[in-house]
Design a protein around this ligand. Structure first.
Ligand code: EPZ
Length: 418
């Protein structure tokens, strides 16, 4: 168990290179086994979820070599189509191995995935799409037995632009006969990253970033070289930390376009934002005003992953902020903890009203999940006195050396291992 100690009150100053994106790395890692090839993947963050993906690949027969920030995967020796339950349970993204395994091996034995407890997280869209492509999938309790003599292309319309379902279909479609069209596809930057990686493997795929993605087979290449884009949620977290604590930070290695909605609300809250190419500068006096109404939505809307974190940054903002969560049914788990710092937050159904308070005070908090944990750290940075965040390993699932990065910007953060 880790206990994060945060002494609030320091302003943040300096530059920080943002880590590679977790949510772009994980599907790319799963995709590395769809075709027999050797992939060099760069700018991969060192995270528990990445460790879990690497363990799954090794278990399936891939050779996985890691050096700082890079993973080299040789998937020519894949010899197994089963992902053990304990590896599936490590993270949500393990479900993407279903499309990858079906495509490569014609079968997959796995179980329902783990990940943050954000409410019901069904995989019906994944299953119905793969079935439409010719897979037979039997569900027994938490186990999934999938088979496909031959996957074929299909015209699939998603009733919701699910990120994971779009990724799963893209992977299976690379090995399918004929053309697959995904309508109502997710448009997140992570989908574009996956398309770019699959293209480097020889896939004929187009449309990522729009609501229609078309995949029509591959002309396999033996080697691929891919660089993971910067993590837009980590960038949002650091920007929110600066907004709440005050100061001036410069973020590099991430595309401002990928988190424009977050920057927009920080600007509305009184921060100065300048962005040029892959550099973003955020300046904050530490005294914010409520930026009005924030509604989470699929990309290019305001990201649900940044919702707890922006909420944490606005706890002392003058006025009332209205936040509506539309993606996950249980994404206000940070609220009860933030109240312990003195925050005034009322939740009714999917809407939270945050009334700015004059001051927050340090407390002992428990991180409820990955982004909820990051929210605790952001709030604690602007609280008076010391806070302790008890974290059952959530934060390190998504943030690489967040403690060191914040300290380098002038924060007082240290981790106690118990
Ligand atoms: C991805 O999860 C991200 N995870 C999440 O980030 C992110 O919050 C989410 O997309 C939304 O942006 C990874 O990329 C690893 P979805 P995913 O399928 O793919 C419903 C983080 O903190 N749905 O787009 O699981 C579902 O219940 C994490 O980094 C179905 O109904 O998200 C939810 O309400 C947490 N049926 C909504 O769609 C399905 O078959 C969005 O889910 C699939 C999803």
């Amino acid at each position: 168990m880790e206990i994060w100690h945060v002494r609030g009150g320091n302003r943040l100053f300096g530059s920080c290179r943002v880590q590679g994106s977790k949510n772009a790395s994980l599907p790319v890692l799963a995709a590395s086994m769809v075709l027999p090839a050797r992939s060099q993947i760069r700018n991969v963050p060192q995270l528990r979820d990445v460790d879990a993906a690497a363990s799954i690949l090794s278990h399936l027969g891939c050779r996985v070599e890691r050096s700082e920030g890079e993973i080299c995967i040789d998937s020519t020796g894949v010899n197994c189509a089963e992902v053990p339950h304990e590896l599936m349970a490590e993270m949500r993204s393990s479900v993407i191995f279903m499309g990858a395994l079906l495509g490569r091996c014609g079968e997959a034995k796995l179980s329902l995935p783990g990940g943050c407890q954000l409410g019901k997280r069904p995989i019906d869209l994944h299953l119905s799409a793969l079935r439409a492509m010719g897979a037979q999938i039997d569900e027994e309790g938490r186990d999934l037995f999938c088979r496909a003599e031959r996957l074929h292309g299909a015209d699939i319309t998603l009733r919701f632009p699910s990120v994971g379902a779009t990724e799963n279909i893209m992977l299976a479609a690379c090995a399918a006969e004929g053309r697959t069209t995904i309508r109502g596809a997710a448009r997140e930057p992570e989908i574009v990253a996956l398309q770019d990686y699959l293209t480097s493997l020889g896939a004929h795929i187009a449309g990522a970033g729009s609501d229609t993605v078309v995949i029509c087979g591959v002309s396999p290449r033996p080697e691929a070289d891919f660089t993971v884009p910067g993590d837009r949620i980590v960038a949002s977290t650091l920007a929110c930390a600066c907004a709440a604590a005050g100061g001036r930070i410069i973020l590099s290695g991430v595309k401002p376009d990928h988190f424009l909605t977050v920057l927009h609300f920080l600007n509305e809250a009184g921060c100065d934002i300048i962005h040029v190419n892959d550099i973003v500068e955020i300046s904050s006096s530490g005294s914010l005003r409520a930026p009005g109404s924030i509604v989470t939505a699929p990309y290019p809307g305001f990201p649900t992953d940044a919702q707890p974190i922006l909420m944490a940054a606005l706890l002392r903002a003058e006025g009332t902020t209205q936040i509506t969560e539309t993606i996950f049914e249980n994404r206000y788990r940070q609220v009860s903890e933030l109240r312990r710092l003195g925050a005034d937050i009322r939740v009714k159904d999917t809407t939270a009203l945050v009334r700015g308070v004059k001051e927050l005070h340090g407390e002992t908090l428990t991180a409820p999940d990955l982004r909820g944990g990051a929210a605790m750290i952001v709030a604690a940075l602007s609280a008076r006195g010391e806070s302790r965040v008890i974290d059952a390993g959530h934060i390190k699932r998504g943030y690489e050396n967040l403690d060191d990065r914040l300290c380098a910007l002038g924060a007082e953060v240290w981790i106690e291992h118990t």
